[in-house]
Design a protein around this ligand. Structure first.
Ligand SMILES: NC(=O)c1ccc[n+]([C@@H]2O[C@H](COP(=O)([O-])OP(=O)(O)OC[C@H]3O[C@@H](n4cnc5c(N)ncnc54)[C@H](O)[C@@H]3O)[C@@H](O)[C@H]2O)c1
Length: 370
């Protein structure tokens, strides 16, 4: 009997040990499963984080691209087929050309800009890229484009952007359309002045020979946003110098006069002309200094050769025949230009651009003041 009880106890013990073993293995297995699940979950989370890090910039890029596809263009008028013109602008990515492009696009016309970006920038017309009325062609007009031939074939009108420089250092004041000018043909400014005079001659000869309609706009000093920082013109020089607290450089006594015109006034009707409000260069330097609030001095440098002493357009004919006259007051235009140049300075990588007077250039010529 005792033996029987011992045998039963032993079996019970074995059974209990076996059950305990099973319970232990089960709990270890459970832990193991939980652990590997959490490792897996952690790994998945890490992986997801990594994927997110890679994808996020791509997602931003796609969003930007989508935005550019649904780009909002400046408002454009609708013109019927018969009223809509197809206009080719050479140099349309430059200062004046890009404002003309804006005006014609907003009026509802189709505009093709041809430019080799020598002094122009894509940035000036980028807000039209992709618009159905707009085309941008990267082309050097020194290579044939047959614009004149095209004008004759389609009965188009040709507008030449000429300049008040065709009057040279004028002996007639103010300058009207009938004045032939007073240009030194071999002076430092001759390339530009005589180049424009030849361009006018060729346009008129072509008009007489081929019957193509031609218009010539003798534009006086124009300023405004999208001027180049380094074009050496009096407005950009003064504004940039003033914004950077540098001395404003005046060539000669500063008593020579100019008539400055805000760029949008050029585009009120064609042909544009100039603002008859005459200022001495010194007055102008002082005004810019005041508007910018600059403490920079005015520095006088030696007079430049062939610098026109007086410039002022006689706009009576333009007013009478075209109803054209400038509308933007000088200070308003200058404030817009100052705002533009201060933004441009921020845009520059080194935030520094000071136009420096170049003595060698002063000897031979002078900065552009057309
Ligand atoms: N800004 C003024 O005050 C003023 C005054 C009188 C006349 N103008 C005349 O108006 C026109 C525009 O002047 P702007 O001040 O806008 O100058 P700009 O330099 O800003 O514009 C000229 C444009 O022509 C482009 N260009 C130059 N050479 C080219 C070539 N070979 N092929 C194709 N494109 C070329 C340039 O890249 C630039 O976009 C010029 O003919 C200028 O003589 C300007």
């Amino acid at each position: 009997m005792r033996r029987l009880l011992t045998a039963i106890n032993r079996r019970m013990m074995k059974l209990l040990i076996a059950l305990a073993l099973i319970a232990y293995v089960a709990s270890v297995w459970g832990n193991f499963v939980n652990m590997s699940r959490s490792i897996q979950e952690n790994g998945e989370q890490k992986m997801e984080k990594k994927i997110e890090e890679v994808i996020a910039p791509l997602r931003d890029k796609i969003r930007d691209l989508e935005k550019s596809f649904t780009q909002k263009y400046p408002p454009v008028k609708f013109l019927s087929e018969k009223d809509r013109k197809r206009i080719l602008i050479t140099g349309g990515a430059g200062f004046v050309g890009s404002h003309l492009t804006d005006k014609l696009m907003m009026d509802g016309h189709e505009v093709t800009v041809v430019d080799n970006f020598f002094t122009g920038r894509k940035r000036n017309v980028e807000h039209w890229i992709g618009h159905e009325n707009f085309e941008l062609i990267n082309h050097d007009v020194v290579e044939p484009l047959y614009i004149e031939g095209l004008a004759k074939r389609v009965g188009a009108r040709l507008l030449l952007a000429s300049t008040s420089e065709v009057y040279g250092d004028p002996e007639v004041h103010p300058q009207n359309e009938d004045y032939w000018g007073h240009v030194n043909p071999i002076g430092p400014r001759a390339c530009y002045d005589e180049g424009k005079r030849v361009a006018e001659t060729m346009c008129y000869a072509y008009m007489k020979q081929e019957g193509v309609e031609v218009r010539v706009a003798r534009i006086f000093n124009t300023f405004g946003p999208r001027m180049h920082m380094n074009d050496g013109r009096v407005v950009s020089n003064f504004v940039l110098q003033a914004l950077q607290g540098e001395p404003l450089t005046v060539y000669g006594s500063g008593s020579q006069t100019r008539a400055f015109q805000y760029v949008s006034c050029n585009l009120l009707s064609s042909p544009p002309q100039g603002n008859p409000e005459e200022h001495t260069i010194l007055e102008f330097a002082r005004l810019i200094k005041h508007l910018v609030g600059s403490g920079g001095e005015i520095q006088f440098l030696s007079e430049a050769q062939d610098d026109p002493q007086r410039r002022k357009p006689d706009i009576r004919k333009a007013k009478l025949l075209l109803g054209w006259e400038p509308v933007v007051p000088l200070e308003e235009g200058l404030n817009k230009t100052i705002h533009y140049f201060s933004k441009e300075l921020e845009y520059q990588a080194n935030n520094q651009y000071i136009p420096k007077p170049k003595p060698a250039r002063i000897k031979k010529g002078r900065t552009r003041q057309n």
